[in-house]
Design a protein around this ligand. Structure first.
Ligand code: NAP
Length: 414
């Protein structure tokens, strides 16, 4: 198995196998991790302690994760040499081990890619960004009832205005493109203008909505809401919604029900409601009627805004977990950045990576360990033992270091 140059795969532990789109998780899986830059190492060692303790508490010696370190970001440059921010074997290892978890990575300045996270998503075709947003009691929140929000957001990762098809204002190619569009399609775009193209395909829209519905089925959620701006952008956002309904009503025809088919607004026990909301209205809906939403499927730009706004309702990005997934590969990750000013200070909140690990354990079907962590984390925050970010918002809190917070969580595992 030691075919990598710098990655040391443990002798014990087995690889996760995928058979007919299903994960076969051994009791001793090898899982890859990237500790991350800046505050990443502090956060990773705290998170690993929490994961290993929960697994041991839940399953004794029957189950254990064999962690394998893989490299990206500043540590990759240290290990592999100059400019190697994302070694090929890191991408190969993620493909091989199927599941990876990572801390935040520095965005390299003047390197050929926009960010390492985007590069990983593209190289591995991780088409869905999955962000659960749920309240943990005790976390400071600006809402009166933050506990009413409990959604899982699926954001399309590969298309939309983020596809990078942009043309700079004033360049000859942009002016030529504008002249062509104005003439051929009778448009009236000013010269000079910057131009961006917003591709949205049936293929990518359908696979995203399908993944969201599959999640709802697996996790017994009753509603999937497609969020779009189809009232204005009919052939992109509107098409996303239409393709979503199409796949819902065909591929999941025995399960899906739409709003027009409901009687007295009741969702039958064996059905999942597939509906849609206009993006601007959805921001209001999540504030005013959060209980009406469970799984959200949306395009790239809408999803970017909506996931951070929703995270704000339950206390901010410090505790927001995330994952990027394809059919076969998943990377679970912190949603915040490297917070470089706190690097090495053992100070920041490891909550985002810890909860990403909870998502990972759920994805693996190791629910007992996942619940242990959720409960212990809640208990720790409720007892006001928190890192600096929460301490400054909570009266009577005891501020602890990253490592002490993790230790307190393990002590609160029952
Ligand atoms: P950032 O690292 O997220 O930090 C911004 C602020 O958020 C921090 O100063 C801190 O606020 C707070 N914060 C971040 N992480 C925290 C944690 N774990 N616990 C408590 N508070 C936390 O954003 P940035 O400064 O814009 O970006 C720094 C680097 O990270 C850049 O290279 C950027 O490209 C990269 N980045 C990576 C990812 C990723 O890998 N997923 C995501 C975003 C950014 P206070 O100062 O108020 O305490």
């Amino acid at each position: 198995m030691q075919r990598f140059k710098k990655i040391r795969v443990p002798d014990e532990g087995e690889k996760i196998i995928i058979e007919h789109d299903k994960l076969l998780i051994p009791d001793n899986p090898i899982i890859a991790f990237i500790e991350g830059d800046g505050t990443g190492p502090d956060i990773w060692s705290a998170s690993k302690l929490v994961f290993d303790s929960a697994i041991e508490k839940a399953y004794g010696t029957k189950r254990k994760i064999y962690w394998t370190e893989i490299f990206a970001g500043e540590k990759a440059v240290k290990v592999y040499g100059k400019k190697t921010w994302l070694p090929d074997e890191t991408v190969e290892a993620i493909k091989e081990f199927t599941i990876a978890i990572k801390g935040p990575l520095t965005t390299p300045v003047s390197y050929g890619i926009r960010s390492l996270n985007i590069a990983l998503r593209q190289l591995l075709e991780l088409f869905a960004c999955v962000r659960p947003v749920k309240y943990y009691p005790g976390v400071p929140s600006p809402m009166k009832h933050p506990e009413d929000l409990d959604i899982v957001l699926f954001r399309e990762n590969t298309e939309d205005v983020y596809a990078g098809v942009e043309f700079q204002s004033g360049s000859k190619e942009t002016d030529d493109l504008i002249k062509y569009l104005n003439k051929k399609f009778d448009k009236n775009i000013r010269i000079p203008s910057g131009i961006g193209i917003k591709p949205m395909s049936q293929f990518a829209s359908e696979r995203l909505v399908k993944k969201a519905i599959e999640y709802a089925i697996l996790n017994k959620r009753k509603r999937v809401t497609m969020v779009h701006k189809g009232n204005i952008m009919k052939y992109t956002e509107g098409a996303f919604k239409d393709w979503g309904y199409k796949i819902g009503k065909s591929y999941f025809k025995d399960v899906i029900i739409t709003e027009e088919q409901l009687i007295n607004g009741e969702i039958p026990e064996d059905k999942i409601l597939l509906n849609d909301r206009i993006a601007d209205s959805m921001f209001q809906q999540l504030l005013l009627r959060p209980k009406e939403y469970e799984v959200v499927a949306t395009s790239n730009l809408n999803g970017d805004y909506l996931s951070d706004a929703a995270a704000g309702q339950v206390g901010g990005l410090g505790m927001a977990p995330g994952a990027n997934m394809s059919y076969t590969t998943a990377i679970f990750e912190a949603t915040h950045g490297t917070a470089p000013k706190y690097a090495g200070l053992d100070k920041v909140n490891p909550g985002s990576v810890i909860l990403s690990g909870v998502m990972m354990l759920e994805y693996m079907g190791w629910l007992k360990a996942a619940r242990l962590i959720q409960k212990a984390l809640t208990k720790t925050i409720k007892s006001k033992i928190v890192t600096y970010d929460f301490a400054r918002q909570m009266k009577g809190a005891k501020e602890v270091k990253t490592s002490e917070f993790a230790k307190a969580i393990t002590q609160n595992m029952e």
